[in-house]
Design a protein. Sequence first.
Length: 483
Amino acid sequence: MTEQTNSTGQRTGRKLQIAKKKSALTFAGYIAGEGVFRLATHKGGVKKCVLQQDICIIDDRKRYCLTEEQVQRFKDAKAEFQCDYCAAKRGEAGFLYASKDGETRYARRLPDWRYQFIAERPNGDVVQMKTSIADYLKGNRFDREICFPDSNGGLHEWRAAEERFYRRETDLLQRTADDYLTYEVKYLSDLATKDEVGFLVCLDGKLRFFKSKEIYDIGDITVRDFKRIPPSLFSRSKKYWLTVEVEDGVYRAFDFCGESIDIKSEGKSTRCPITDALRGQINLLIASGNRERQNAEARRDLIFIAKGKCVGKLTEKGEGEAPQVCCFAGPRPKNYPWGDDKEREREAFARLKEEIGAAYARGYRHFITGMAAGVDMVAAKIVLELRRKNPEANIVLEAAVPFPSQPLRWTEETKREYYAVLAQCREVYVAAQEFSPAAYRERDRYMIDRSSLVIAVEGQGDGGTARTLGYAEKSGKTIIRVR
């Protein structure tokens, strides 16, 4: 904003809001002979600032008038850098240095998990950063502009400059006499094993960071808790903050509900690809927690008058008939009516596939599976295949889970198949938090109440499939039996 004056000759202009915390304004260094500041924004970004008397110029275009207190904050930040820079050149205050080809780097460990880096460049620029080693080597947008002055801005040029910066900085940092710094750089560059860097911990004993694997599976990451990120004004949020355990450490993770999660440790933030099985396990935990919280909220919503007479009603999710919804019923492998006859099994599942295709042709787009081994899992896979062939149809596969530990005693292969299917379900319903026979009945009743069509493969005897079909007949549902 261009500076203006009022009728009394006093300067007026746009006011600059700066957060009170000290890290909101730091001195970045001298670039092309000009003092440059970093200003943190309320959205988490960083702006380039230059001070001219009591005017702040942001990104070389916006001008703001500063109060005397704000001007003093700018001067204090610059004075603090000057003090640190002088101490670094004298080798005091814990600073170590390394030089090569006219480049000099000073580094010292701060009381927390960060380092303070000061870089002297051949062109006379002097810049500083207070960050983790991983973030220093990666850099944000503001720091990239400082680190890569030789880039012309194109994608190829940026990547080439980034690669040159990474090689130069890792070489310089490893030349320092700080084993802590040297080994962490080696670890990040795959030049050291985990056993060699066991001493890389914060002052409180926590690991500074963990090494990212190519892909994480069940057992690699344990989810302890989750919290949904509040939705914005324009969209529903399907993102979560997770509390996870990785490599004996507990971290906070950001879940995009996609093929990876971002795990934030003390030293860095790592995007970790996850398998479908682990995604299914996370989805089940979230669905289970949401179910428990919904029930608690529903109980709180009961309305009573003075004498205790209830004038409200506790309603559970899914009550009432939903048209054009189809669910499945069928036995587990040990109760197949065809026994070990693989030919009859192929024929039965082929007919099951035909009936699901016929339901799709009649307009059914929402299918519910009970997630049991056997027919439920086969039907779910058929629906997923149908969804892949018809991406425009918006087919919904819902998992109705009796309790979160349903596959606990299954074989590893069956358990992996369970979580892989669960990861691809658009909706997940959890009937109860712990095992009980009633949980199975509640799961079955939910599926029948929610559906207008039941496709069933009959089993042997009067087990759970027979009871489910009996309830469906009493409820007046359409039943298609595959024999």
